[in-house]
Design a protein around this ligand. Sequence first.
Ligand code: NDP
Ligand code: PYR
Ligand code: MG
Length: 765
Amino acid sequence: MSEESKRREALIYHAKPTPGKIKVVPTKKYATQRDLSLAYSPGVAEPCLEIEKDKNNVYKYTAKGNLVAVISNGTAVLGLGNIGPEASKPVMEGKGLLFKIFADIDVFDIEVDTENVEEFIATVKNIAPTFGGINLEDIKAPEAFEIERRLKAELDIPVMHDDQHGTAIISAAALINAVEIAKKKIEEVKIVISGAGAAAISCSRLYQSFGAKRENMVMLDSKGVIRDDRENLTPEKAEFATHRKIDTLVEAMKDADVFIGLSMANIVTPEMLLSMAKTPIVFAMANPDPEIEYDIAVATRKDIIMATGRSDHPNQVNNVLGFPFIFRGALDVRATKINEEMKMAAVKALARLAKESVPEQVNIAYGETRLTFGKDYIIPKPFDPRLIVEVPPAVAKAAMDSGVAKEHITDWEKYKDELRERLGSDNKLIRLLFNRAKTNPKRVVFAEADQLSVIKAAQIVYEEGIAIPILLGRLETIKHLMAEIEFDADVLIIDPKEELENNRKNKYAKVFWEQRKRRGVTLYSAQRLMRERNYFAAMMVSEGDADAVISGYSRSYPSVVKPMLEVIGMAKGTQRVATTNVMMTKRGPLFLSDTSININPTSKELTKIAQMTSQIVKMFGLDPVMAMISYSNFGSSTNEHATKVREAVGYLHRHFPNMVVDGELQTDFALNAALLEEKFPFSKLVGKKVNTLIFPTLDAANITYKLLKELNEAVSIGPIMMGMRKPVHILQFGANVDEIVNMAAIAVIDAQQKEKEELEKVKPN
Ligand SMILES: NC(=O)C1=CN([C@@H]2O[C@H](COP(=O)(O)OP(=O)(O)OC[C@H]3O[C@@H](n4cnc5c(N)ncnc54)[C@H](OP(=O)(O)O)[C@@H]3O)[C@@H](O)[C@H]2O)C=CC1
Ligand SMILES: CC(=O)C(=O)O
Ligand SMILES: [Mg+2]
């Protein structure tokens, strides 16, 4: 993607569909008059009075305990400099997003219009009662030091300047590991630190806590090397002034073991890297552009251990790995401070985690085959789900041991379970899907590529490397739309009506005629049918000219299913096709079947639907736990609708005893584990979390999934077609771009899966 396209993409991302990246969402019911009288006057007076009696009750009755202020005055925004409070807001909202997705902490971002230290301190102090913690961000040195020192002393909630301590914690963990990989000793390494601001000073201090020696450090600011004979140094710079008689970065880099960049872009040259010692460690952490580009650095020295602050290269040393988890631990024990002990605990937890074997889901999330501790993996990845289980407990424990915790955790396993629960699974699951698709992208025919939403989706899957799109539709329209959205990739575009496609069309028509000539199809009618995009698309897949098809955006479901069934047909041994929808709910993904095809399935058909859904759940990397739902519980009704579900469950229990499935069950019992255990302790689902619901009729399933989707209770992926011979996925009429992209990723994974099954069939035993 060109730099200009990236720029535009970033602007559109921030502007659409709603400006900005975060919003406020109520956590209590607000539907009725009764709810409102509790939420607001008169009910709200009760917690007010309780808090008036004892201020600690604010943690019990308000959101304070999980709310962090991300506060900046915009004076040192990333490496962009003093760009002002308004211009810093996208970064602060970004920090809010990261706090939320990685540690389930809510954030108000606050941009303060003052560069005056006293005014800034007064502002933060005045608003502190709202918050459980204060994350100071992108405030320039030396003011940042005084601001943080004073706020820490004067407030009784944790205050952390992220650029100082977040950065110090992460880079210290990375440095300890990098030094070990380089087979050097931290006490001996010569370290050059470019930058003498908030981040650089704090990092250099923390490295000393882990053994680095100040006499081995040379620090530089915008004027060059900070020598002890320089005048008017701030106390922080004076702390790191060197007695060496050198002035420039070129001189400092000679024979250095480590370069720490917390200054600005592109100030390190390849020559400087070449002058460094053996196995040099280079952390070029300026954002968004590092002190030296990753690709240049690794091309210059094969023995380099290289890290940047960016997510698009190995070894992202960025405080995103720190602040969410550090505050999570601090908030959970109501720490009054974030002290040295807590920081050290976080460093050790992070450094340790990088050495443990990496779960497969992290490899998938980053499109890696095998991440292992070494020069390209010195520190955990931000999407590593173990971070939330490892770092906050370490921080919380250190807070308790060092006497700054107001609450104590006793059951650590329970706490870890709570931490796991905090991470919603919707984005994770989608990410997993995308990354799995990217490992082996397949050719996906978009049968309605002359529709704007479809072509936008095709552009995304192409640019993300999820699929290789083939665009079907009116040539002129497609080209026009592509130009409009600046989709200039060299992709295959086919108009089934065009003369140029005659050869292919004739070939497909012949094959189709051969297949159906005894079922009323003439060669002429076959030729006419191949002008129709869904027949043509299905034939492409059937004949191996494409791997999957996506259609249905502009047509009714049945009118798209028909050609797919006629041309591609069902998988061997399958008598029914069906669909499932994955609903990304707050309690995790929930698969609902059959949402689109079987109007009133028999008990036998229900067993097939359950079995096919079970395969799909596994394809998503989850263990199926299935409830066959009904309006009846375990025989409470003898009506045929309940009986057929009961019979289906009986059949599955007899023939597939390892399947975790039970019913017939009402939905509340299926989804409420405590209720189920209390009333039906014999159920196979007791002690398990149901992730799949098999519905008795199409009415019930379709209504449920659309209701959830429209009430914004869950994002839906699907309907995912099950039981076809080749990957065919049919969109809901008018699906949005995200839904089409998700479906394309599913189609690719489906194609990968089917390819694997084919290979296994032909593999000699
Ligand atoms: N990867 C990560 O997690 C993080 C990265 N950073 C990055 O670190 C950088 C600094 O941030 P922060 O400390 O908050 O900002 P500050 O404004 O506090 O500090 C910037 C420092 O860089 C120095 N500097 C400017 N130009 C040069 C130069 N040519 N050579 C050497 N030093 C120079 C300044 O010198 P002087 O004192 O003379 O003005 C100052 O000491 C930014 O690029 C930021 O993006 C920051 C935090 C986290
Ligand atoms: C990452 C960060 O906080 C910064 O670059 O300022
Ligand atoms: Mg910052």
